[in-house]
Design a protein around this ligand. Structure first.
Ligand SMILES: [Zn+2]
Length: 444
């Protein structure tokens, strides 16, 4: 089955529907689609769900909120996209700020209004397949209380219930990530309870990115004993998913003058492997499966997110002292592979990328002198090299909140010279205009 074209030919909802049919044994209200990592709901359970009381369905379904015209929560994020700049140990974090309001046209009285920022980790290989507690771990990152028992009664009935909120996301937090084994996502969940018992909920997922800023190119040298061959590679310091990057390769020491032999490059293969690791913890009901509480199962997954080969297009120089071969490899991570960015989370989820370059060289014999007779000796070698790649999100503006310096009072320059106001009683004359502008108008 073609994996990459599947979602193009088959509409998304049909795929989920097919998935539900195949998992009839799961009868809980929430099922995780392990392939896409999304929470899906079996059609049977959804029907049952709709029959529940209105207030109950409002608790867990966002769509039902729209059908209730009484009151609704809305949220506007005013801060720029959340990007944590630099590695976790150095990052100064990202600012989140916005405005949240309850549509309170009917002047209802609200008893409580809170919002939480949740970090959700979904294990795609949970200890117990059908257990949502095993599959998902939720951490509360921050909590805001807008209306509580201490809020004055009149403020709770305001027609315009609007509250600003802000939070500095710590730099050590893992960025949103979706890899082969785990998915880390962030959600803002707001909840308001009215005095008459009505409850409204609001959910908004937010994306947190980590961007490691590009530095100078990396130069790596690899030697291949017992031959005299050595390879020098120039790699970019960071790469991004969905884009190409160039690798400059130089192969030195290809001539062996004592034996009258030389190495000729035949083919170059490259590939980028994504190595994901995750620890799936067990919930309290299934910890017995692992022989006690506080244990988890470690998983590892390696998949290729980019590959290619080159058969021509390099430059062989057999004339210099020990000869050299130069070439440029255009490598890249196509967007359709949905590669994850580099990750090192505190819960054991990690994602790393390795670039593997293989150069196949064959030895040939060329006698000294004017003879043009070149014969292959039959010897060949695969020069295999591995490099760690830093796959990170694009940096955008590339300025973190603490380096963003708004202009201070003293930075504002003196105002430009005034243009002088022509006297309304006299006719307009160029004399009223300061010299530079008047010169411009005169074409001087
Ligand atoms: Zn469980």
């Amino acid at each position: 089955m073609p994996v990459y074209n599947n979602y193009i030919s088959v509409p998304r909802f049909k795929r989920i529907g097919y998935h539900i049919k195949s998992t009839r044994t799961i009868s809980t209200t929430s099922v995780f689609n392990l392939e896409s990592g999304e929470m899906i709901m079996p059609s049977l359970s959804r029907r049952k769900f709709a029959q529940k009381s209105k207030s109950e369905s409002a608790k867990s379904s966002k769509s039902s909120l729209k059908s209730s015209p009484d009151s609704a929560i809305d949220l506007k994020i005013e801060s720029p996209p959340l990007v944590l700049y630099g590695p976790p140990k150095e990052s100064s974090g990202a600012l989140l700020s916005g405005l949240i309001h309850i549509d309170n046209e009917q002047g209802k009285e609200w008893e409580s209004f809170t919002m939480t920022l949740l970090a959700e980790t979904l294990n795609k290989r949970p200890v117990h397949g059908a257990c949502s507690d095993c599959a998902t771990q939720v951490d509360v990152i921050n909590r805001w209380t807008f209306i509580s028992a201490t809020t004055t009664a009149s403020a709770r009935r305001d027609l315009l219930l609007s509250y600003p909120f802000s939070y500095l996301l710590p730099g050590h937090l893992p960025a949103s990530n979706d890899n082969a084994l785990s998915r880390i996502s962030y959600t803002l969940v707001a909840r308001a309870i009215a005095a008459d018992g009505d409850e409204v909920q609001f959910k908004k997922s937010i994306t947190v990115e980590r961007s490691i800023l590009p530095g100078p190119d990396r130069h790596s040298v690899r030697v291949f004993p017992p031959t005299t061959l050595s390879a020098t590679l120039k790699l970019p310091s960071v790469v991004h998913t969905g884009s190409d990057f160039a690798i400059d390769v130089r192969l030195d020491g290809i001539l062996n003058k004592a034996k009258n032999t030389r190495w000729r490059l035949r083919k170059v293969n490259w590939r980028i492997d994504e190595n994901s690791k995750a620890v799936s913890p067990a919930c309290k009901y299934h910890s017995a499966k692992l022989g006690g509480a506080g244990k988890g199962v470690a998983h590892e997954d390696i998949r290729t997110v980019g590959f290619g080969d080159i058969k021509t297009g390099w430059k062989s120089d057999f004339e210099s002292a020990d000869g050299k071969i130069e070439l440029e490899i255009m490598a890249g991570i196509p967007a359709h592979t949905k590669a994850a960015c580099q990750l090192d989370a505190a819960n054991g989820s990690t994602v790393e990328h390795i670039l593997v370059v293989e150069m196949i060289v064959a030895e040939e014999h060329k006698p000294a002198g004017p003879s043009r007779l070149v014969t292959p000796t039959g010897a060949a070698r695969v020069l295999r090299m591995q490099f760690k790649l830093v796959v990170t999100a694009r940096s955008g503006l590339g300025i973190s909140w603490d380096e963003e310096a708004p202009p201070m009072y003293e930075n504002v320059p003196a105002a430009p010279p005034s243009y002088g106001i022509p006297d309304s009683r006299t006719s307009f004359s160029y004399a009223a205009i300061p010299p530079p502008l008047a010169q411009m108008l005169n074409g001087v």
